[in-house]
Each structure stands twice: as C-alpha cells, then as structure tokens.
Design a protein around this ligand. Structure first.
Ligand code: IMP
Length: 443
C-alpha cells in the first residue's frame, strides 16, 4: 500500500480539494493534519459545488474513513454545522466514517474576539486573517491552557477549563472595552456540543496505527499551503499551523516513514488572500481578469484573491521544504485566453540576484521578479483528457516549470469536474491503486 500526502505549494487555494476527492478511491482513509475552518476546499461533483472547511474532502466518497487530526483547531459549532450541511446534501456521516482526535484543540468563543483586537492593533500591518479564531486557539495550545476535544468527554473537567480560560481572557477583553463572556453560558453551550460530538471523539493516532498495520492506505490531507506555514511561510503573514508536509506527522501522531509519496498541488498562476508580500502580483487589469476567469474568491470568506504570475522561486522553495515527489498542476485552462504567459525565474534585491526564497518579509516586499515569457496555448486545454494531444506551447510550459522547480508533474487538472483530469503514467508510487482512481473519475 502506498500512503500519499497532498500539500499546497503556494499560498493555499491551489485546488487541493479536487485532488483529494479525485485520489480518494485509492485510499481507505483520508486524514487531515492542521488548520481549522479557515480552509475552504472546493469540490465539484456532477455540476454541484461542495465547499468543505473542516471535514476532509474524502467524505464525499462513501466507504472512506475521514480523520480530523490532533493538529487541527476545531470549532464545535463549525464542525456540527458542516456535518449537518453535508447530511442535507445526502452525504452520510456518522462515527463509522468520521473521527475527531481527542487531542485536537477547540476554538472557543473568546478566540475570534481576541483575534479582532490583535488585527485592529496591527492597523496597516494586519495579517488579514479569516477571523475564525484560528491564531488565538493555537496560541492557547502553545501556552498549555487550551481546551481539547477530549475535555468534552468529562463535563467537570470542561467546566473547570472553561472557567480558567474565560477568567483569564475576560481581563484582556475588558481592557479593550469588549463585553466579557459569562463562563457558565460558555460551559452550557459547550456541554450541548459535547453530547453531539462525543461519538466522534477518538484516539485517532491509535486508530491510524491500527488501520495502517491492517494494510489500509491513508491519504494525508494538508490545508492552506507551505507559504502560509507558521515556520516556513512568509512570516508573520502566515496561518498559525504547520501546513507543510512535516506537519502531517505531528498533526496526526503518525511516524514520518508512513508517508510514501508527497504530492504538491500547484496552480498555473499564483494567488494569495490576506496581506503580505507577493512578488509576482498583477495589480492591473490582467490580474482582475485572471481572478474573474479563475473564480478567485475566497471559499471561506468570499474575499477576492490577489492574482499573479507563476512564481518558480517560491514553488522551488516549497518543493524543497516539502520533499515533493510529484506535482498536481491545476487551472492552466484559466490562462488560455492569453497570447503570452510569464514565469518568475528569480528575484533581484538591491540589484543582486537572490540565491532563493528569502526568509525576511521586508526583502520579499522589495524583491523584483525576473521573468521568462512563453507562448500561450489558446483555447486548447480546458477539459482536455489526453496529454499527448495538447499543444506544444502548453507542453513547453509544463517542462519549463518542471525544470525550474525540480519536480515532475504527475497530474493536470483541466477543469473543475472530476473527469477534467490527466494522470501522467509512470509518475505514481508502486502500490497506489491508480486503477481505482481512474474508475472513480466518472462517479
Ligand atoms: P488565519 O489562518 O485565519 O489565521 O489567516 C492567516 C492568513 O492565512 C491570512 O492571510 C488568510 O487569508 C490565510 N489563509 C488561511 N486559510 C487559508 C486558506 O484556506 N486559503 C488561503 N488563505 C488562507
């Protein structure tokens, strides 16, 4: 059996949702390892759009066990709402196909309030977060006072932890003129969630270990992308979790040797939501046209995404940090109205060519991209199914990216539906049930 990790190689929104949904038939389990309901994974099935935030995209394929790992921060309200929304669409969810780690931390009502105070304090330099309380929930985790999913299983423990945390955070809220929370009201709200969530709360590290031992195959699902990773992203304009491949091991309690293949999802151009440096950003009309054609609006917040050219410096960095074995190239069809397409091949800072992707945001802000210009592939890629039949200009684009980022393309997505997919033979690990992926494409 081959276990595959799917990770974003840019600033998120690369199309991981479609890729995970597509590959799921080859796996018994889909396990997500970080983030929270800040993510928005969009999947189209039979012309219907489904957006997932917290629950792994594998849930859309019956018979797949989906795991929400300890590395996530979970809003019980968002969890129950997403579960109910999916059920209303006919997706069966119960404790046999969805498990939530006892060690996952909970997003509490004070977290979005604390986040708003912090974003306001930053003024011009704000992160531009999704305002879901993600950062403050991870702060409480690191401060060793967080409320975890397992705490919902003992109401005395839950009440004591809520009292401690509400008491502490109320001081800060009051200082900033925000109405403090009533600990008992918060407890009652969460005691209600506890009753509904209890059947799903498990030791998911143990569950995964047993399943892997029994020969089951796991797809590890990343959210966001490496450039939003807390350590390796464009700090401080990042999310607060380990979005890169390394996060899967700690975020699920699974040894790194269980990951056999790392698939990096990469969009044919670059997008970013929120603030922060973005060297290849197109601030002109072309950027707006790409956004409109690519439907580049945040799946979670609806905010317009900033658009720019493909940045091979950033993606080469992402490939190195993640140990990418293959790439899934998405949305090349969005660019097919263009006669010329540009790829950033390097950055100049104060006139000198930088050796790679810089760590400091103030350098990245002033980095001047160098571009290679390639011929476009007018109206020939959308919904294509056969790589051999694609125009030479598109093949040249793919080969150029592969050379610059030092990773090979294994999958090309040519449209939103499952069928709009090209799988490149010979690029996949031995033991991966690719026949099941092919059979599942039309279903
Ligand atoms: P947070 O994750 O809400 O704390 O937001 C931190 C940064 O990550 C902001 O720039 C967000 O726009 C960005 N971000 C968080 N989740 C996603 C995502 O799923 N896609 C794209 N950007 C995201």
């Amino acid at each position: 059996m081959a276990n595959v990790l799917v990770v974003g190689t840019q600033w998120g929104d690369e199309g991981k949702g479609k890729v995970v949904d597509l590959l799921t038939p080859a796996f018994d389990i889909v396990a997500r390892y970080q983030g929270g309901h800040n993510a928005g994974h969009t999947v189209y099935v039979g012309g219907r759009k489904v957006v997932l935030h917290l629950i792994p995209a594998g849930i859309l394929r019956p018979g797949t066990l989906c795991v929400i790992g300890n590395g996530l921060v979970v809003s019980p309200e968002a969890f129950l709402k997403e579960k109910a929304d999916l059920a209303a669409r006919g997706v069966r969810i119960d404790e046999t196909n969805l498990a939530l780690s006892r060690r996952a931390h909970l997003i509490m009502p004070y977290h979005p309030l604390l986040e708003k105070i912090d974003e306001d304090r930053r003024g011009e330099g704000k992160i531009g977060t999704t305002c879901r309380g993600i950062g403050p929930a991870y702060e409480d985790k690191a401060a060793r006072r967080g409320v975890r999913a397992g705490d919902l299983l003992d109401l005395d423990v839950l009440r004591a932890k809520i009292r401690e945390n509400v008491g502490l955070h109320n001081e800060f809220l009051k200082f900033h003129g925000v109405v403090p929370l009533d600990p008992e009201a918060v407890f009652k709200e969460f005691a209600g969630y506890a009753a509904e969530m209890a059947p799903f709360i498990k030791d998911t590290s143990l569950l995964l270990a047993r399943e892997i031992k029994a020969g089951k195959a796991v797809l590890f699902e990343g959210a966001q992308g490496v450039l939003l990773d807390l350590d390796h992203g464009t700090y401080p304009y990042v999310t607060s979790s380990s979005a890169s491949a390394g996060g899967a091991s700690t975020g699920l309690g699974v040894g790194p040797r269980e990951i056999h293949f790392v698939l990096g999802v990469v969009k044919a151009y670059t997008t970013r939501v929120g603030s922060g440096p973005f060297p290849t950003e197109l601030r002109d009309d072309l950027g707006k046209r790409i956004a409109a054609r690519g439907d580049e609006f945040g799946a979670t917040t609806g905010r317009p995404r900033r658009c720019g050219w493909f940045d091979a410096v950033a993606v080469a960095y992402a490939c190195r940090v993640n140990g990418i074995d293959g790439l899934a190239l998405t949305k090349p069809d969005v660019l097919e109205e263009l006669d010329e397409i540009r790829i950033c091949t390097g950055y100049r800072y104060k006139g000198d060519l930088l050796p790679g992707f810089p760590a400091e945001p103030w350098i990245l802000e002033k980095a001047v991209p160098e571009y290679r210009t390639l011929a476009g592939w007018r109206n020939s890629v959308h919904r294509a199914r056969d790589f051999a039949a694609l125009p030479a200009s598109f093949k040249d684009y793919v080969r150029t990216i592969e050379d610059l980022v030092e990773a090979k393309v294994a999958l090309i997505s040519t449209g939103v539906e499952r069928e709009d997919t090209i799988l490149i033979d010979g690029m996949w690990p031995a033991g991966l049930r690719l026949d099941r992926v092919k059979a599942g494409i039309g279903r």
